[in-house]
Ligand binder design. Structure first.
Ligand code: SF4
Ligand code: SF4
Length: 738
């Protein structure tokens, strides 16, 4: 084909320069690479389809597309960590532009130019060329940063228990990327060495590298160019073919997982709906996960962000959310290959050899290839047939399973939108409800909840005793109130919790808020039962509460406990309990802003705020507690190093409050140490579990003389300085605002 000549004012470059005769070979090899790629995706598809309960999370499409664009394309979650975010961004966006540029180039060469239409010419070409150089350099820098990080800097997140967990695949991928970019620049440099067009400086990367080849004869440069051209081509095509068989698969699975992410509230757990008919409960086998839950594990990039802030992992327990997901993935790959092979054998037996059984010849051929690849894969993976292991107890060790505090750090900080906690709860449900095999102390807790509707087993008739001297009315006495103060078990039975309930009730009264309590009609919210795997008990408790609340036509509820807050707000609607639920810090922040309470007495000292997991990560309440503390005169607020969405758990969530902690460091002590390091004299909290855990931590660290943990309500009540002035009984249960 005659090319329109290049000149100053009509700048451009000849595609297939020095490689004109290679074009047919290139097409052939490209077709082979694409076929290998397509087979890999097909094969993976078979594995995704092989196991798991059907689930099609395709509702709310606009939100899913938004999640795909924000996290899949713009990489927002990835950028939350500066170093790996920038590193990945350079590679991702660099490659994206290079692929787009190559496609643009090919479109002009193969389609537009034969029709007499050229657009990569002149100034447009120069800018195009400059951008391709720039983004090529981005990829190079990104890959070098990745190599430095993985093999020299070696952060803990890229390893497990102090040792790197690099695989040969990691090295192959990085070398492929490096090879593609370096040979790409070399091809360009060698072409410029020979052709030296006046506009070569616009290809600045190749132009600078061309100086290295200045001493080479043009003939030799052309030979070297040909060799490099083929190297570049094979590396690029090899890269494409390798995608479905390597960690590069995340190029496909991770964006898809962002698209399929649960759009339910953070930390939501799907209730079990078939207690009457089910023979087993929870997830004891891989196939009892949903397909989406299984797909999750295939989207994991082993980036380690989940592990970096997991309190169980950092305190030396045998749980790493990264390892958990990877173990499930390895197990799934084995099980799914076996399940797909078994299905194939059944189909073949039914149709007979040579009979296509209604399938196209292509699919039949793919089946045969599958069988061979399965056999090879098993040999490579284990040297033998897959070992039959129980998922719960062997693949996932029980200490690992029960170490989770449900803090949600992993899910919130995962760059691939993987949801760890529902998997953990599902497996716990299996141990509790199907096998009745779980820690004795948790058995006692559940019994206490069953018998007395509180985890301590204190007589249920004592639930409202904390309020006796405060003159607070129950809804039975005065149903026409604006808010139900749902006190919860800690606020009703625990000595520290009772003080918080009392302080908060006094604040409400001082502000003239109309409220009441359920008294002995209140029951445990059930959060610990649900997170401890006893969904049956949880639903029983939830339904009992809902019945009582609905009986009083409750509309608005305030809690001082984020666990109750979360359960009432997100889970009770599943059982017909639709309420407006507020955490006491939300209410107090509003009361201060509206001038309904005045903080006049200085509360001196250095305070820090500990973000409770169930208030922060689960419900996004970060600002109100801080606003309240900033409004207290005399109080100096300092931040903990791990705060907001990266806050460190106190160790009590996920029913861990009721279990022994006999492996590794105590999580509450670690959090206390963080507060000590921040120079705080008081740890302010908005959660009774955190209050208990951090008070214990202060005792363990022998800091009672200089440190304390206080609920925000206690601090506010102190700052209001009304203890003597306004007996609370006088303003009990004022009528609701009109
Ligand atoms: S929820 Fe928290 S404790 Fe559980 S695995 Fe995730 S980060 Fe670890
Ligand atoms: S689960 Fe998420 S955060 Fe953890 S290693 Fe995998 S991709 Fe990274």
């Amino acid at each position: 084909m005659e090319h329109i000549p290049f000149s100053v004012g009509n700048e451009g470059r000849q595609v297939f320069w020095n490689a004109e005769t290679f074009e047919p070979f290139l097409f052939t090899f490209t077709a082979v690479a694409l076929l290998i790629f397509a087979y890999g995706v097909y094969r993976r598809w078979r594995l995704w389809a092989a196991l798991g309960k059907p689930e099609t999370p395709l509702d709310r499409l606009p939100e899913r597309i938004k999640a795909l664009l924000i996290n899949g394309f713009l990489q927002v979650k990835t950028f939350r960590e500066p170093y790996p975010g920038i590193m990945h961004g350079l590679i991702f966006f660099g490659f994206f532009v290079l692929i787009f540029g190559a496609a643009f180039d090919a479109t002009e060469f193969h389609i537009a130019e034969p029709l007499g239409w050229v657009f990569l010419r002149g100034t447009f070409y120069l800018v195009f060329s400059f951008l391709m150089e720039l983004f090529g350099l981005f990829v190079l820098v990104g890959v070098l940063l990745a190599i430095y990080r993985r093999y020299i800097r070696r952060p803990e997140g890229l390893g497990y228990q102090g040792k790197p967990d690099n695989t040969p695949d990691d090295a192959v991928v990085l070398l492929l990327l490096l090879g593609i970019i370096v040979t790409g620049f070399m091809i360009e440099a060698l072409r410029l060495r020979v052709t030296a067009p006046p506009w070569e400086v616009w290809s600045f990367g190749g132009w600078m590298l061309a100086k290295v080849f200045a001493g080479i004869e043009p003939g030799q440069a052309k030979l070297l160019h040909k060799a490099t051209w083929w190297t570049h081509t094979f590396l690029s095509l090899g890269f494409i073919a390798y995608i479905p068989y390597s960690r590069l698969l995340h190029i496909i699975t991770t964006p898809v997982n962002h698209f399929l992410v649960s759009l339910k509230p953070a930390g939501y757990n799907e209730p079990i709906g078939d207690f009457e008919t089910a023979e087993t409960f929870g997830v004891g086998k891989l196939e009892e996960f949903t397909k989406k839950q299984i797909f999750d594990s295939d989207a994991c990039t082993r980036c380690g962000r989940c592990q970096d802030g997991c309190p169980a992992y950092l305190s030396g327990k045998p749980l790493s959310p990264k390892k958990l997901i990877q173990d499930l993935k390895t197990y799934w790959l084995m099980q799914a290959s076996a399940a797909a092979a078994a299905k194939r054998a059944v189909n073949n037996a039914a149709t007979g050899p040579g009979d296509t059984g209604g399938k196209s010849i292509i699919f039949k051929a793919l089946d045969r290839i599958d069988a061979v690849v399965d056999r090879m894969g098993r040999r490579i993976a284990t040297g033998a047939a897959p070992v039959e292991k129980a998922m719960v107890g062997e693949v996932i060790d029980l200490h690992e399973l029960w170490a989770c505090t449900n803090c949600l750090y992993c899910t919130e900080n995962c760059s691939a939108s993987i949801e760890h906690v529902p998997k953990i709860i599902g497996m716990r449900q299996y141990k509790v409800l199907t096998e009745a095999d779980f820690a004795p102390e948790l058995q006692l807790t559940f019994r206490n909840m069953e018998n007395n509707s509180n985890p301590w087993g204190i007589g249920a008739h004592l639930r409202a005793d904390w309020a006796k001297d405060l003159g607070i009315k129950t809804l039975a006495e005065e149903p026409a109130v604006e808010y139900l103060f749902y006190v919860g078990c800690s606020g009703s039975f625990d000595d520290r919790g009772k003080k918080v309930s009392s302080a908060f009730a006094k604040i409400l009264k001082a502000a003239g808020i109309s409220f009441g309590i359920l008294g002995t009609e209140e029951g445990c919210c059930g959060d610990s039962a649900m997170r401890g795997g006893n969904e049956y008990l949880y639903q029983t408790l939830a339904q009992a509460n809902i019945e009582v609340m609905k009986g009083y036509h409750v509309r608005k509820i305030i809690t001082t406990c984020p666990h109750g807050y979360n359960a009432l707000k997100k889970d009770y609607p599943n059982f017909g309990g639709e309420f407006e639920v507020y955490h006491h810090t939300e209410i107090i922040a509003d009361l201060i802003a509206e001038g309904k309470i005045v903080l006049k007495k200085p509360v001196e000292g250095v305070f820090t705020y500990h973000d409770s997991c169930f208030l922060g990560r689960y419900n996004g309440i970060y600002d109100q507690p801080r606003r309240i503390l900033r409004a207290v005169p005399g109080l100096k607020l300092t931040e903990l190093e791990r705060n907001f969405a990266k806050s460190f758990c106190c160790g009590a969530g996920g029913a861990r409050m009721w279990m022994e902690e006999d492996i590794g460091e105590r999580i509450n002590n670690m959090r206390t140490d963080q507060a000590i390091a921040a120079g705080a004299g008081t740890i302010a909290v908005g959660c009774p579990f955190c209050l208990t855990m951090l008070s214990d931590g202060i005792k363990d660290r022998k800091k009672e003389e200089t440190m304390a943990a206080l609920d925000i309500a206690e601090i506010v009540w102190r700052a209001m300085d009304l203890e003597e002035e306004r007996p609370v009984a006088e303003v009990c249960a004022a009528p609701p605002a009109p």
